[in-house]
Design a protein around this ligand. Structure first.
Ligand code: ATP
Length: 298
């Protein structure tokens, strides 16, 4: 990854002014809602990690003749989560931070029950919801129809969805675009609608993966308030965001992941400060490597 990409990835200043400078209100934390015990998650990927040598016509022919065998080579295991343990409580909002590929999304998917642990256990009290409704929404249908589908998927009745429809649309900020097919929405519009539907019912455990990055300042402020309300109603919220400013504004606790392991787990200020230092060091180190490469090829 280039140093520029790395800096974009850690958009830690960009939205500071968009967000209130007070941290989330302190909440008395309740009983455990999620217990993760020595979790390991491994992806099995068909294909070799090593670069294939350019095939000559001769060995390509041989490969084609070896019918039924994979042309892609070996089988690779990606150990995305390696021995993660923590306990989350009712009333907490936990930010997950870490560089690209550190395992944040994988951890959320495992808590949501979408990925099986290869080792370890996850206990969840209540129903986890990974932006609960994303899987059931249909791009060909209008936002309006999707509000109904998503609401029903969350366990609301048809009448309850009808009653909450205006509120959901107001929250999403979509206006009349809600009557257009979702496939016509920008990434941000789709993310805002998913967030609005997912939080229409108060979930026990809500997981938000990057949805907030796509919203504007007003939407982010509404989201922050909604997350506070969910915590107030004894829910637990997990938030993945690359912006440490958003994380500090929304979370009562932060877990920093690196290469599938926990580096730090603690209060937002301490963890994000340490993380920012780490990112700055990484950026400097990568810039030095690039400069050395440029010098050696000159
Ligand atoms: N479906 C998959 N198949 C194989 N490997 C995967 C798959 N999804 C993720 N990985 C790998 O697992 C590791 C963790 O990925 P994950 O998406 O959980 O990280 P992340 O911290 O959410 O990254 P990002 O910030 O880029 O979204 C990475 O090495 C990634 O390449």
């Amino acid at each position: 990854m280039a140093a520029n990409d790395l800096e974009e990835e850690f958009d830690y200043e960009a939205d500071l002014e968009d967000l209130p400078d007070h941290p989330p209100t302190a909440q008395v934390i309740g009983d455990p809602s999620v217990i993760v015990n020595d979790l390991h998650v491994t992806y099995h990927v068909v294909g070799s990690r090593t670069r294939a040598s350019a095939p000559t016509n001769d060995n390509l022919l041989k490969k084609i003749l070896r019918k039924g065998r994979s042309l892609t080579g070996g089988h690779t295991e990606v150990k995305a989560i390696r021995g993660v343990s923590f306990t989350a409580h009712h009333g907490e909002s936990i930010g997950l931070i870490g560089t690209n590929g550190s395992g944040k999304s994988t951890l959320l998917k495992a808590i949501a029950g979408l990925l099986a642990p290869s080792q370890g256990e996850i206990y969840v009290s209540g129903i986890p919801s990974l932006l609960g409704v994303s899987a059931v929404l249909m791009k060909e249908l209008t936002g309006e129809r999707n509000v109904m589908i998503g609401g029903l998927a969350l366990g609301l009745s048809r009448k309850e969805v009808d009653e909450r429809f205006d509120e959901i649309v107001d929250f999403s900020g979509l206006g009349d675009a809600v009557y257009l097919p979702m496939k016509t929405y920008s990434a941000g519009m789709g993310a805002r609608l998913r967030f609005a539907i997912s939080t229409a019912a108060t979930p026990d455990v809500l997981m938000i993966d990057e949805a907030l990055a796509t919203g504007d300042a007003g939407f982010r402020e509404r989201s922050r308030q909604r997350i506070d309300e969910i915590r107030g109603e004894a829910g637990t919220v997990f938030v993945v965001a690359h912006s440490t400013a958003s994380i500090r504004a929304m979370c009562t606790r932060v877990i920093w992941l690196d290469q599938g392991q926990i580096v730090m787990d603690g209060d937002p200020e301490t963890v994000t400060n340490e993380y920012r230092k780490h990112v700055k060091e990484l950026t400097v180190r990568r810039e030095e490597i690039r400069a050395a490469r440029r010098a050696s090829s000159a």
